[in-house]
Design a protein around this ligand. Structure first.
Ligand SMILES: Nc1nc2c(c(=O)[nH]1)N[C@H]1C(S)=C(S)[C@@H](COP(=O)(O)OP(=O)(O)OC[C@H]3O[C@@H](n4cnc5c(=O)[nH]c(N)nc54)[C@H](O)[C@@H]3O)O[C@H]1N2
Ligand SMILES: Nc1nc2c(c(=O)[nH]1)N[C@H]1C(S)=C(S)[C@@H](COP(=O)(O)OP(=O)(O)OC[C@H]3O[C@@H](n4cnc5c(=O)[nH]c(N)nc54)[C@H](O)[C@@H]3O)O[C@H]1N2
Ligand code: SF4
Ligand SMILES: [Mo]
Length: 765
């Protein structure tokens, strides 16, 4: 069973025998879906469980767990709430055109055709006047899934390099940085691993459920669990070793581990000799981080650091699964590189129970290929915002990997998790606000609540207010959509066909079948880009009439149409192949694992990883604040209007340690204002022993849909973490320009009264 859940959740099983068994199970086995029950990939969160969707009278009526026993536990209560989300009374169904001032939230209803004609005319004028680089697209792509890189294809045909995404704070930027070390972004084979290391990452029953199930399965098979988290998180509670490091010190911790592993000779000698470059330089760097220094930086006992490093390095096979915690801190590039280096020198790359380098799926045309990145000229690439200062995930850095990517993976572009050729969001919003280094005047946001999903919300607002055209493609009227000129209603996952390939991260194709019809004037993001492209004269590049045509095209290498594919398989998994690098080398300029990064070196950055301390706490701002600790009831900024979910979590909560609360004279349930140099937000306090002293957690993504009409942008500035997070240079990681969300200085002030206008439900929550 463990192996099934592993494979079917998208990873690769340990033995070919098991793989083949499941391969045979899932291929050629007729599906049992009927007209009233379809296999559908849930996109309420971004882990993509395949579920069953049932319909009644043309409406989604029930979503339940998979009928395949191996998948039956991959479901959470957000997924089963899909009917409440998709049939919600506030779902957008008709295109809206702004009639009031920007942000005033007054609209007229228009047809899809009129909206597309007007959007296209207005965008053409902006591009004629300011150049194609004045056009920005922001999307996370998880939820709109049917984009298929059509956004990049359109932008590249037009000549705009300015694509930004929430994945710049998630797996997208991790993918880009991983490529610098070994040319791909691996997916951890957790289930078959003997040691799992979670740097903050905290999957639970209702948060990234398949990963939670994989960890449980591995632990049941005797795997050890090491958790590094300032808090006693759910995963920390069931760990073998818990290291309560100070937030924002993950890179230092990894350097400490490497110090132990290298100096005690716990690395894989032969692998290091044959497949890496820069080991001696790495050794010298690591020796700058003796355990006493690391203990001082991280606040963790030196002996515990050593013990955990040994446990990891001595395990027969071990994984450090992707974590967003190192995506969002000041030493992000170094921390991500350090994870890669640890995986490599301990011999865990591309082995069963280790970190699998999947490569492109040979049965499916990749988004990287569909993006048509070659169409974008060098002149336009050079204008990509932020690439001058922070190039790591921009074309400027990633193009240096193109030859190697082609040599090993057969294609020049590997846009894994859509995160490898992005502009820098902070630079982009600054350009939108200030028109420096050039004017940016059109902003399209699709399936992304941009206002609240990057740092420095005040600057984002300024940038949005300075636009001549904003288009939002959404299921609901969000604070970002309220700032738009046009709001287009999107279809939801139960309303479209799709084949999910996990954005080239994992080797597996998962069918998602349309169960119900979308509203007549709603569109998929595929349709949106296709229809816009046709109005721009790019019809030849967008020859598909429908998503199904596009899926037929993408499935060409499999020899099947979408219809055939989706009736024959609910899932298709490539048979595993390990240690492919023995034949091909790694997709880096040297062909080796680059412990010393030639790409960073060429770009003028430190080619070796290091720890950089974030801005220090002070008397004025005495706490280390981190954002996050995902809430079970919601995905990111979403679902606050869905009653069945909202009642599980009605109110934003700020966590404090009892000692800190006592010092501040604050009690459980008090309303407080959390303040930084950039802004302030309000939340209710939850005093928790499990918090680390001196640390404060602010939740992500809170706004109040119920305040629409009574508060500006439905209360988007009352409790949103993005208001607090600065993006001035001292808060940005050098190489990527990633903001420091894990340990920025802040203070707490008790409020005499809660913020005005909050509902009874929020006040009581
Ligand atoms: N300040 C701050 N910013 C962050 C983070 C943070 O912790 N703090 N976290 C970062 C991380 S880890 C991530 S993954 C990103 C996530 O960023 P996003 O993926 O943008 O996440 P959401 O906030 O859920 O916004 C998604 C929006 O898409 C809409 N939507 C859902 N399904 C569909 C659909 O099928 N079609 C269309 N058109 N719209 C749809 C939802 O209504 C919602 O408003 O944010 C990042 N940004
Ligand atoms: N229900 C639900 N599930 C979700 C999501 C959701 O919104 N809701 N979002 C999904 C997405 S897009 C993502 S990216 C993931 C994120 O989910 P996780 O990876 O679990 O991240 P968080 O829950 O934000 O934080 C996890 C832990 O990091 C710890 N932490 C804080 N600062 C630091 C630090 O500096 N170092 C270390 N080592 N630990 C630190 C916190 O104490 C917390 O326990 O969850 C996914 N799953
Ligand atoms: S974990 Fe829950 S919300 Fe996420 S994809 Fe699975 S069922 Fe959907
Ligand atoms: Mo994320």
């Amino acid at each position: 069973m463990a192996c099934y859940s592993n494979l079917l959740a998208g990873s690769i099983p340990a033995s070919a025998t098991i793989a083949e068994t499941i391969f045979n199970l899932t291929n050629g086995e007729p599906m049992t879906a009927t007209n009233s029950s379809k296999y559908t990939v849930c996109t309420i969160c971004d882990i993509g469980c395949q579920l069953r969707a049932e319909t009644t009278d043309g409406k989604l009526s029930r979503v339940r767990a998979h009928d395949h026993p191996a998948l039956a536990r991959n479901v959470c209560y957000k997924g089963t709430a899909a009917p409440e989300v998709h049939n919600h009374a506030e779902r957008l169904t008709v295109p809206l055109k702004r009639v009031g001032a920007r942000g005033e939230d007054r609209w007229e209803e228009i047809s899809y055709e009129q909206a597309m004609d007007e959007i296209s005319e207005r965008l053409k004028k902006i591009v004629d006047r300011y150049g194609p680089e004045s056009f920005v697209v922001s999307t996370s792509g998880w939820n709109t899934q049917a984009t298929h890189s059509m956004d990049r294809r359109f932008m590249n045909a037009l000549g705009s390099p300015n694509y930004i995404s929430g994945v710049s704070l998630c797996a997208g930027n991790t993918a880009a940085v991983n490529k610098m070390t070994y040319g791909w972004f691996p997916f951890a084979d957790i289930t078959n691993s003997k040691c799992i290391v979670l740097f903050g990452h905290n999957p639970r029953k209702h948060s990234w459920t398949p990963i939670y199930n994989m960890i449980n399965a591995a632990q049941a098979n005797g795997a050890k669990l090491i958790v590094l988290d300032p808090r006693v998180s759910d995963q920390a509670e069931k760990s073998d070793l818990h290291l309560r490091l100070r937030s924002g010190t993950d890179a230092a911790m990894c350097l400490g581990w490497l110090n132990v592993i290298i100096n005690e000779g716990l690395y894989d000698d032969a692998f290091v000799r044959d497949y890496t470059q820069g080991f001696e330089e790495l050794r010298a760097r690591v020796n700058e981080y003796p355990l006493e220094r690391v203990a001082q930086i991280t606040g963790v006992d030196a002996e515990l650091i050593a013990e955990s490093a040994r446990l990891y390095a001595n395990a027969e096979c071990a994984v450090i699964p992707w974590t967003p915690i190192t995506d969002m801190q000041i030493s992000s590039t170094s921390a991500i590189r350090l994870h890669s280096i640890l995986r490599a020198i301990t011999g865990n790359l591309d082995i069963p129970g280790g970190e699998v380098l999947g490569g492109f799926n040979p049965s499916y045309i990749s988004e990287s290929e569909l993006g048509n990145h070659d169409m974008l000229s060098q002149e336009q690439r050079d204008k990509q915002l932020g690439s001058d200062l922070h190039p790591a995930y921009t074309y400027r850095a990633q193009d240096k990997l193109a030859d190697a990517t082609e040599r090993v993976w057969g294609q020049r572009y590997a846009d894994i998790v859509m995160g490898c050729y992005m502009a820098n969001p902070s630079s982009t919003f600054r350009a939108m606000a200030t028109e420096q280094p050039y004017p940016v005047k059109a902003f399209f946001t699709l399936g992304n609540n941009s206002l609240m999903s990057y740092p420095n919300q005040h600057q984002i607002l300024k940038g949005l207010m300075n636009q001549e055209l904003i288009v939002a493609h959404e299921l609901f009227m969000t604070p970002t959509a309220m700032l738009a000129d046009y709001v287009l209603p999107g279809d939801a996952f139960s309303e479209r066909n799709h084949v999910a390939d996990s954005w080239s991260w994992r080797l597996g194709l998962t069918v998602s079948q349309k169960a119900v019809e979308p509203a007549p004037e709603a569109s998929s993001t595929f349709q949106f880009w296709r229809d816009l492209a046709h109005r721009f004269g790019f019809a030849e590049l967008f020859p598909w009439e429908s998503i199904e045509d596009m899926l037929d095209y993408r499935l060409t290498p499999s020899g099947k149409t979408f219809e055939e594919f989706s009736t024959e398989n609910f899932m298709y998994v490539e048979p595993p192949e390990y240690r492919k690098y023995r034949k091909t080398g790694f997709a880096t300029p040297s062909g080796k694992v680059e412990l010393y990064s030639s790409v960073l070196d060429e770009l003028g950055f430190d080619p070796l990883p290091y720890h950089r301390e974030g801005p220090a706490v002070s008397d004025a701002y005495p706490y280390r604040v981190f954002t996050g600790v995902r809430e079970d009831a919601f995905f990111q900024t979403g679902q606050r209007q869905v009653e069945v979910l909202r009642k599980r979590s009605p109110t934003p909560k700020l966590f404090m340690h009892p000692t800190d609360a006592e010092r501040e004279n604050i009690e459980d349930n008090d309303w407080v204002s959390l303040q930084t140099e950039t802004g302030q937000v309000a939340a209710k306090v939850l005093v928790q022993e499990s918090m680390k002293e001196g640390h404060i957690r602010v939740p992500h993504g809170w706004w109040y849909p119920e305040m629409r009409g009574s508060a500006d942008l439905a209360g988007a500035f009352i409790s949103s973490d993005a208001v607090l997070c600065p993006d001035s240079p001292e808060f940005l990681d050098y190489e990527q320009g990633i903001p420091h969300f894990k340990g920025f200085p802040g203070r707490v002030v008790k409020l005499a009264e809660p913020p005005v206008g909050l509902s009874e439900q929020v006040l009581a929550g």
